[in-house]
Design a protein around this ligand. Structure first.
Ligand SMILES: C[S@@+](CC[C@H](N)C(=O)[O-])C[C@H]1O[C@@H](n2cnc3c(N)ncnc32)[C@H](O)[C@@H]1O
Length: 491
């Protein structure tokens, strides 16, 4: 086989970490507060929420740091089904600013650099430096100026990085499992390195021991709380604003946050959060975290999914042109001039057509034998155009076989069928993590079935498709509309 085809998960930690109808509550249905001021929490696998005293301390701290406008801010932190959230104190108009956080409260690489551990964290990745900062401040306990904020952070989320082995066994065979294990391994290796190079040689700066589990906690906190426009070098935690929860019914990706200068001549910046919809007093403010994330990405980053949203059900197909392919050099040249590499990832979304570049890539990857003439340099400028249409029957048959084999082997790795998953969901007895597990694994299988359907129907059509040679003869006027060869009689 000249081309390698396998399915795998794609995740990229250095950049962004990667639409259906939500089963989540709509903002207008947020339960009202009880007399104690709490919104009753629904059944969830979240650890116990912070006590009222911690929320009150946090509120006081925000006031002292200038994050609360006078006379009264339009929202307050409250206990909601998603843990903590922002609850409207009065009716709030669409686009109204609900939270304003001055820069002195942001936690980013600059804050770490200016702190006591600044000199020893120079050159670290921003997320690693900020994680060390959070853990050191946590270790300082009452001596840390950040304590009121650290005290309201959850001990974990439902992200799959925090699942037990038993919980992970529920996603056996999924791309989410591969990605989760990959991410955990990555975080573990970053921890080993930073422990060796920074923590242990400077233990006077880190008076309480930092463990791998705590480092994973910090990673999970950053991953779940950083706004989507603030990843990589711009990574920042914005206390207060980071209490806003996600709701699938908000489908506008209009940026609801903003950074601007405070006052005309001041260089101080503030982060402001606006509500994307009108909200009644007592209801929760929500935003849309990221329309571009698949359910697997939502599960990994935040610990929830949108279970009825087809557009979030994605399977990533990885195609590779093997270095052992006799035409590797030519094929690489062709994919590179079309913006791809010798490994390419294609996200296939439930209910949507295949990504446009996937079929040409597949045809090229398996191209060989009598079709190899297309790889000659005289075709270099036109070859991609030819690959967009079927090249030859044997080439098209091969891509069908390769894809169908890959789907069958991917499907054989799951422990349950879609029907079994549906029954479990119908029963409605699943906890939050099991719901995520069942939702993700059935979503992946649905996409794999969809791919199978596409390539099975293609196999049936092989006889009727028009291939390169026929198209070429037609272009030259040597073949009629009915497919008959036109001969010239000599006079
Ligand atoms: C930016 S924080 C929001 C504040 C958070 N609820 C808290 O208690 O601190 C993001 C986390 O909130 C929770 N969350 C946000 N939106 C959610 C939703 N629609 N369903 C379930 N959990 C949600 C998840 O744990 C997620 O990782």
């Amino acid at each position: 086989m000249m081309a390698l085809l396998h399915f795998s998960s794609s995740f990229c930690l250095s950049t962004t970490i990667p639409n259906l109808f939500s089963s989540l509550r709509s903002p207008t249905k947020c339960p009202h507060r009880s007399k104690s001021g709490r919104i009753p929490a629904a059944a969830s696998s979240f650890p116990a929420p912070p006590p009222d005293s911690a929320i009150a301390d946090f509120w006081r701290w925000l006031g002292e740091k200038g994050a609360l406008p006078k006379p009264s801010p339009p929202v307050r932190p409250g206990l909601v089904p998603e843990g903590l959230g922002l609850v409207a104190e009065r009716d709030i108009l669409r686009n109204e600013v609900v939270v304003e956080v001055p820069k002195q409260l942001w936690i980013n690489a600059d804050v770490v650099a200016a702190s006591e551990i600044g000199p020893v964290t120079l050159g670290l990745k921003p997320w690693v430096a900020i994680s060390l900062f959070l853990l050191r401040e946590k270790g300082l306990d009452a001596a840390s100026p950040w304590r009121p904020y650290l005290d309201i952070l959850p001990p974990e989320t439902d992200s799959s990085i925090f699942w037990s082995e038993e919980e992970l066994s529920e996603i056996q065979g999924t791309q989410l499992l591969n990605t989760t294990l990959g991410v955990k391994e990555y975080v573990q290796s970053e921890f080993a390195e930073v422990e060796d190079k920074v923590i242990l040689p400077n233990n006077h700066l880190f008076p309480s021991k930092i463990t791998a589990a705590e480092f994973l906690w910090a990673f999970g906190i950053l991953r779940s709380r950083a706004f989507s426009g603030f990843r990589g070098d711009k990574l920042v935690l914005i206390p207060f604003a980071d209490l806003v929860n996600h709701n699938a019914s908000i489908t506008s990706e209009d940026v609801c946050w903003d950074i601007k200068g405070k006052g005309l001549f001041s260089r101080e910046q503030i982060f402001s959060l606006r509500t994307p919809v009108f909200v009644n007093a007592g209801q929760q403010i929500y935003i849309q975290y990221d329309l571009g994330k698949s359910n697997a990405e939502l599960a990994l980053d935040y610990g929830f999914i949108e279970s009825n949203n087809k557009g979030r059900e994605v399977y990533t197909m990885t195609l590779e042109i093997s270095e052992s392919d006799p035409f590797y050099g030519d094929k690489l040249d062709i994919v590179e001039s079309n913006g791809l590499g010798d490994i390419a990832y294609f996200d296939i979304v439930l209910g949507r057509p295949l990504p446009p570049l996937m079929l040409p890539y597949l045809r090229l990857a398996v191209l060989g034998g009598t079709d190899a003439f297309l790889l000659e340099s005289i075709f270099r400028n036109s070859v991609w155009g030819h690959l967009e249409l079927p090249v030859s029957r044997s080439n098209e048959e091969t891509i069908c076989c390769v894809v169908l084999d890959a789907c069958a082997s991917a499907l054989s790795l799951y422990q349950t069928t879609i029907e079994e998953d549906e029954k479990l969901l119908e029963k409605g007895e699943l906890d939050a993590r099991s719901k995520i597990a069942v939702g993700v694994r059935s979503g992946e299988k649905r996409v794999l079935h969809q791919i199978q359907e596409i390539f099975r129907s293609r196999e049936v059509e092989l006889e009727t498709l028009e291939y390169y040679q026929e198209r070429r003869l037609k272009d030259l006027g040597l073949i009629g509309q009915q497919g008959e060869i036109i001969f010239w009689e000599s006079n």
